[in-house]
Design a protein around this ligand. Structure first.
Ligand code: NAD
Length: 306
């Protein structure tokens, strides 16, 4: 029996992921896709051929016809909406088919993810649901080099890893369902903070007469070393008008999810809320909107003449 794959959500991340999956699995397998924006599905069919990709009429058809279904949706309410639609009527498992596996790669909140997971596991389908958010951005999705943070029962990890290797180079099993999301939010929390700290330090450092390149080299070999200095430096990004990269609205979203999850878990945060308010304020400024999240540096006035 050839494997049947389903993919829901063909956006900036989902499209290249679905494409890599299709190109890596055997030709005889089937891939059924669905996106509310029909143009994305049609573009994939056009790119890979109608013999390799089929477009489903809705998400139920994807779930009914596929053994493994990957979702890559923007926010918690989209994931809730898709799975709500799936469970509006029972989906019976086909005789002889393997247990259905849902892999949600969206960055959402742990509560929604665990609730949806329980709904799937307790359904007629007797399916499995795991959370596998990603790190690596659009560049990693296109190159097939994503890192997945997986929350899944031990027994299913080998099967999930064998799927994810078609779209990424690393899968970190974080623990039980829900822990992949927690790991992703914890990582992006750190990233949100270091990005602000680097922007502030470069702003006051250069205003006090220190050359930006000297500061970057110094931090790069000192205890402040971090991705926001070495790889995504705001002074370098300013030269490109902060175009591309990780959008400020995505960082605001991820930090909002992390802060809400931490508050729900009664974990004390010192700088989470003020940082979230800072990103909200930056995003409202016309010159910062839609740009890489290191644009915080521009908001601080870092580009102004010294
Ligand atoms: P996107 O907005 O580009 O794509 C989302 C896609 O989902 C769109 O094509 C949209 O039409 C589709 N969609 C929405 N509702 C749907 C529904 N009910 N049924 C079917 N399709 C539906 O978003 P993206 O950049 O691909 O991000 C997806 C997820 O990945 C987000 O949770 C994001 O936080 C996370 N992520 C993004 C990046 C990045 O750099 N873009 C990096 C890591 C993680």
């Amino acid at each position: 029996r050839d494997a049947s794959w389903g993919f829901i959500g063909l956006g900036r991340m989902g499209y290249p992921m679905a494409k890599n999956l299709r190109l890596k699995v055997p030709k005889e397998d089937t891939l059924l896709v669905f996106d509310v924006n029909a143009a994305s599905s049609e573009a994939l069919v056009k790119e890979l051929g109608a013999d390799r990709v089929k477009v489903a009429k809705d998400v139920r058809e994807v779930a009914e016809e596929s053994d493994t279904i990957i979702t890559m949706l923007p926010e918690p309410h989209h994931v809730k909406g898709v799975f709500g639609e799936l469970f509006a009527m029972p989906i019976m498992p086909s005789p002889g088919a393997p247990q259905k596996l849902f892999i949600d790669c969206s960055t959402i909140d742990p509560t929604t993810s665990t609730q949806v997971g329980e709904m799937v596991r307790n359904s007629y389908m007797k399916a499995e649901f795991v959370d596998a958010p990603v790190s690596g951005g659009v560049v990693g999705a296109e190159a097939g080099t994503l890192t997945f943070m997986l929350g899944a029962p031990d027994s299913i990890v080998p099967r999930v890893e064998s799927v994810l290797q078609h779209m990424g180079k690393r899968t970190l099993h974080c623990g039980k369902p829900g822990t992949g999301i927690v790991g992703k939010l914890a990582n992006n929390y750190i990233l949100a903070m270091e990005n602000i700290a680097v922007a502030e330090a470069f702003n006051f450092g250069t205003k006090m007469g220190l050359d930006a390149q000297v500061l970057k080299d110094l931090v790069g070999c000192s205890t402040g070393k971090c991705w926001s200095n070495d790889i995504n430096n705001p002074v370098d990004n300013a030269k490109k008008d902060f175009v591309g990269g990780f959008g400020i609205s995505l960082m605001r979203k991820d930090l909002g999810l992390a802060v809400a999850a931490a508050e729900k878990a009664k974990a004390k945060l010192l700088i989470g809320r003020p940082a979230l308010e800072a990103y909200e304020a930056v995003e409202k400024v016309e010159e910062c909107k839609g740009r890489d999240f290191s644009v915080v540096y521009r908001y601080l006035g870092g580009e102004e003449k010294k």
